[in-house]
Design a protein around this ligand. Structure first.
Ligand SMILES: NC(=O)c1ccc[n+]([C@@H]2O[C@H](COP(=O)([O-])OP(=O)(O)OC[C@H]3O[C@@H](n4cnc5c(N)ncnc54)[C@H](OP(=O)(O)O)[C@@H]3O)[C@@H](O)[C@H]2O)c1
Length: 254
């Protein structure tokens, strides 16, 4: 239905996991795919498979992001889709390091996205519009134990996307939020808690691509994890923290 909808696609975090699977998906659909990430070797492997181009980049460096967006635009022409997917999860070192841990997450998962969005926006506006997808997480829906830094950065990203949606819409830029559950990629490899309804990256990529063709703001999946979390979100916070803590205690005992 959309074979030709996205013809020039830039994906940050395209060297691995969901970003890599999305790059392969769009290349199969006939799009020209440009990928960014820090690991040039892994990017090259993706480019060999997609026939696309690579732009090594650390998204925490705002100036480098600006230069990369300019280069992408110059080389490929106006993008119709940018997937701001680069993200990271860092383990806490001890009990008293929430600030250091939070900052590391915010730098990549929130500021990295904001740098790219600001660099893309004027070009997309001038080109007449386009789609920008931000990759958040279901972990941002409610405060979950053992993920204060990562979850806070993803909750903030969800807020950021909602807050900007209307102003970007006026510029004909369709801002989408992608909220995945657990996907089997390196980012979750070190997690030591139960991860229900895990998907393979290829399946996640298919769901994301289908969602991006549709008119809605958010692509949240899998539904069987998204819905219970949505329900938790509407409870009073004082009930929610108790319910989540009780579930955490049960999971620890298993
Ligand atoms: N897997 C899950 O269960 C899950 C669930 C919800 C949301 N997500 C989100 O999905 C996105 C993709 O993650 P993934 O699961 O595919 O994990 P992944 O395989 O570890 O991929 C993360 C990607 O981000 C890139 N990246 C990390 N830090 C970067 C930086 N400073 N600058 C540029 N690129 C950077 C990595 O590339 P380099 O190492 O080459 O820089 C890599 O390509 C992330 O935003 C993640 O938070 C994942």
């Amino acid at each position: 239905m959309n074979e030709k909808r996205f013809q020039r696609v830039w994906i940050t975090g395209g060297s691995s996991g969901i970003g890599r699977a999305l790059a392969l998906h769009y290349a199969r659909e006939g799009a020209y795919v440009l990928v960014s990430g820090r690991n040039a070797e892994r990017l090259d492997e993706v480019a060999r498979a997609t026939g696309g181009a690579t732009y090594p980049l650390d998204v925490t460096d705002a100036e480098a992001v600006k230069r990369t967006v300019a280069a992408v635009w110059e080389d490929a022409g106006p993008l119709d889709l940018a997937v701001l997917n680069a993200g990271a999860a860092f383990k806490r070192e001890g009990r008293d390091d929430t600030a250091v841990n939070l900052k590391r997450h915010l730098d990549v998962n929130l500021m990295g996205v904001a740098h790219a969005l600001d660099a893309l926006r004027p070009r997309m506006r001038e080109a007449g519009g386009g789609t920008i997808a931000l990759v958040g997480s279901l972990a941002g829906y409610v405060g979950l134990p053992r993920t204060s830094g990562y979850g806070t950065s993803k909750a903030a990203l969800g807020y950021y996307a909602e807050a900007l949606w209307a102003e970007l819409q006026r510029e004909n830029i369709d801002l989408k939020l992608i909220s995945p559950g657990f996907v089997k990629t390196p980012i979750i490899a070190a997690n030591e808690f139960p991860m229900p309804f895990m998907l393979e990256p290829e399946e996640a990529a298919r769901i994301i691509a289908r969602g991006l063709e549709r008119p809605g703001f958010e692509v949240a999946f899998p539904r069987r994890l998204a819905w219970p979390l949505r329900l938790l979100r509407v409870l009073p916070a004082s009930w929610r923290v108790r319910l989540v803590a009780a579930a955490e205690r049960r999971a620890r005992r298993r």
